[in-house]
Ligand binder design. Structure first.
Ligand code: ZN
Ligand code: FE
Length: 255
């Protein structure tokens, strides 16, 4: 792999990520929940931060920006649509905007739903997509601003990436997500074994993020709303995919 990815736990259950190009040593940070643990990790590794890539405007993803920018001089990139409510941006991004960390090229994918301006960063050469609160391990973000149709469309775009893609999402919610997922598909053998692995990892204090897109496709109920067996399990055989996705999201909100 030409890229290195480091997961940094922040706050009570957030994750930030460092993406480094081994060839040039350039480093980007994806999301800035808080400055201290991120600056400490950079310091420990002797890495110099060049860019901060922001997925969306929520405080638990941006409140470390000012401190990290002051300490490192890193450029800040985020969605043009949310420029009015993000920290000051050095570059404003739209769907398809190119981004690069040294020689590691990537692109912005618009993934509205959790918020209207939520974006993801896909780096094919790193085999990774940074999804924050859109696609999450065994879950997806709550629909604070978007409609079920928006989020379903966003998830379909992410689901179409290569299955070997590493999904670097924004929170450690996986244990609760697994318990919910089992209420939708109690007989899915891959889900049952993943739920066991997640419980074991959390009992040992290990992160369950990042995850593989292939395992999300097999076990994440929010990516499976189009499947006949999931529709049948919900008593919604023949219903359209968006209606089934909306019902799964509604049940999770009440779980
Ligand atoms: Zn959020
Ligand atoms: Fe969040």
């Amino acid at each position: 792999m030409p890229a290195e990815i480091v997961t940094i736990p922040c706050l009570s259950d957030n994750y930030a990520f460092l993406l480094r190009d081994r060839a040039t040593g350039e480093v980007a940070l994806i999301d800035a929940p808080e400055a201290d643990p991120i600056l400490a990790e950079l310091d420990r590794r002797g890495w110099r931060l060049g860019q901060i890539l922001l997925t969306h405007h929520h405080a638990d993803h941006v409140q470390g920006v000012a401190g990290i920018r002051a300490a490192t001089g890193a450029r800040v990139l985020g969605a043009e649509r949310d420029a009015h409510r993000l920290p000051p941006l050095d570059a404003a991004l739209v769907d398809g905007s190119p981004v690069a960390v040294g020689g590691i090229e990537g692109a912005v994918i618009d993934v509205p739903g959790h918020t209207i301006g939520h974006i993801a960063f896909h780096f094919p050469a790193a085999g990774a997509v940074f999804t924050a609160d859109s696609l999450m391990a065994l879950g997806c973000g709550r629909l604070f601003e978007g409609t079920p149709e928006m989020m379903w469309t966003s998830l379909l775009r992410l689901a179409a990436l290569p299955p070997s893609t590493l999904v670097c999402s924004g929170h450690e919610y996986t244990l609760a997500n697994a318990k919910f997922a089992l209420t939708i598909e109690p007989d899915n053998p891959k889900l049952i074994s993943r739920a066991e692995a997640v419980a074991e990892a959390r009992a040992e204090g290990r992160p369950t993020v990042p995850s593989l897109l292939s395992e999300e496709l097999e076990t994440n109920p929010f990516l499976r709303a189009h499947l006949p067996e999931v529709k049948a399990a919900l008593g919604m055989s023949g219903a359209d995919d968006v209606a089934v996705f909306a019902e799964i999201r509604r049940r999770k909100d009440a779980f």
